[in-house]
Design a protein around this ligand. Structure first.
Ligand code: GDD
Ligand code: MN
Length: 358
């Protein structure tokens, strides 16, 4: 480990941006013994030759990979060859202003394990983004926050601009799919001290974005894979299993009350749903969210009340589906109720995971 800072920069067809990037990094880091590692996916656009020229004036080298394996894996390769314990990662297209690097470095020197260049903290932002792009970006973050709860304390887990102390990932196997390497690091290395440093994501002036629809699909796959690797799938499966036990309570009681007690099926439904809410809550508290359960009777009661409130929404959804299918579409009421329960389960999982067991 000879340097005090390594900067890993993934590139694919960024020749037009490289010279300015390298120069601005140099200006931003006076007196710091840094190196730049460009990880290029065989762009064949003269990037390698240009780096060769620049290397006589700047501490820059290039790693050319033979086939295009993607941004996140390029970063993993770069981390592997870096000559410093502290590594910064940024894009080559100047959308991540190199002038922010010293702020990230300060955060690391002050004890953060990961410092994130963030668009969504006070002082950060995105230059010239359309409403659609904003919604997609926020939607992606929302999905991460929803299904990967440990990202909730980070407002921009999608950022590709960050710095870390690589001691953090020494024993972690990073296997990212697609673009979001930071997400992978946050979830698998579980840093305790994360700092977000505001920056404005600049508009791209030269070259083209490589973002395609397929990357949105890759992102969803990545979230699913992280859910699997961090046990969040198991949690969801448990929630469904508990839900399944609730279905038995719910359906059994609905049938009993309707057929034997002679209640109108909607009245039976209300009673059987509330009963299953209480059994579901108790099971989820011990079985699904044991790690997110604050101790003490008061907290237990608060959660029970929240769960009930959430379930009230679920109840409304359940009844609406039950009524629509049964009274409007003529479906047998027990079958309608199954659909009602499925819809309500999704709603319940999302809101409870967000609010009840936060
Ligand atoms: N080695 C390699 N291989 N580099 C790649 C590849 C690849 O397959 N695809 C893209 N890159 C490089 C680009 O050359 C650029 O330096 C950087 O990765 C980002 O690619 P862009 O195509 O400019 O991405 P973007 O601007 O849409 O997305 C950026 O913004 C996101 C936040 O909205 C990226 O920085 C993301 O990491 C960031 O999360
Ligand atoms: Mn870009």
């Amino acid at each position: 480990m000879g340097k005090s800072l390594s900067l890993v920069i993934p590139t694919y067809r960024e020749r037009e941006n490289i010279a300015e990037l390298v120069r601005r990094i140099g200006e931003s880091l006076p007196g710091i013994d840094y190196e730049i590692v460009i990880v290029d996916d065989d762009s064949n656009d003269g990037t390698a030759e240009l780096i060769g020229e620049l290397s006589s004036r700047y501490p820059v080298r290039i790693l050319v990979r033979k086939d295009k394996k993607g941004l996140a894996s390029a970063v993993v390769n770069g981390l592997g060859v870096a000559d410093s314990r502290i590594v910064g990662v940024l894009d080559a297209d100047l959308q991540h202003p190199p002038e922010i690097i010293p702020n990230l470095l300060t955060a690391i020197h002050e004890g953060s394990e990961v410092a994130i260049g963030s668009r969504y903290v006070e002082g950060g932002g995105c230059e010239g983004w359309s409403l659609i792009r904003r919604i997609v970006s926020k939607g992606a973050i929302f999905l991460a926050h929803l299904f990967l709860p440990s990202t909730r304390k980070v407002s921009d887990p999608m950022s590709g601009f960050f710095m870390l102390d690589t001691g953090l990932i020494a024993h972690v196997r990073l296997e990212p799919t697609g673009y979001k390497i930071l997400l992978e690091i946050l979830l698998l290395a579980k840093p305790q001290r994360v700092t977000e440093v505001p920056f404005v994501f600049r508009a791209r002036e030269r070259g083209e974005s490589k973002l395609r629809l397929s990357q949105q699909v890759d992102y969803l796959k990545h979230v699913a894979s992280l859910m699997r690797r961090t046990g969040e799938w198991t949690r969801f499966a448990r929630f469904c299993l508990v839900g399944g036990s609730g279905v038995i309570v719910n359906m059994g009681l609905l049938w009993l009350l309707t057929e034997y007690v002679g209640l109108f099926y909607l009245v039976s439904a209300i009673i059987s749903i509330e009963t299953s809410i209480i059994t579901n809550f108790t099971l989820n508290d011990f079985f699904t969210f044991p790690d997110r359960r604050a101790r003490g009777f008061r907290c237990f009661v608060t959660r029970l009340l929240k769960f009930n409130l959430v379930s009230l929404g679920g109840l409304a959804i359940n009844l609406a589906v039950l009524w629509t299918l049964t009274s409007v579409l003529g479906v047998f009421y027990l079958v309608s109720n199954l659909f009602g329960i499925a819809t309500a389960t999704l709603w319940n999982y999302m809101v409870n995971s967000w609010w009840t067991w936060k």
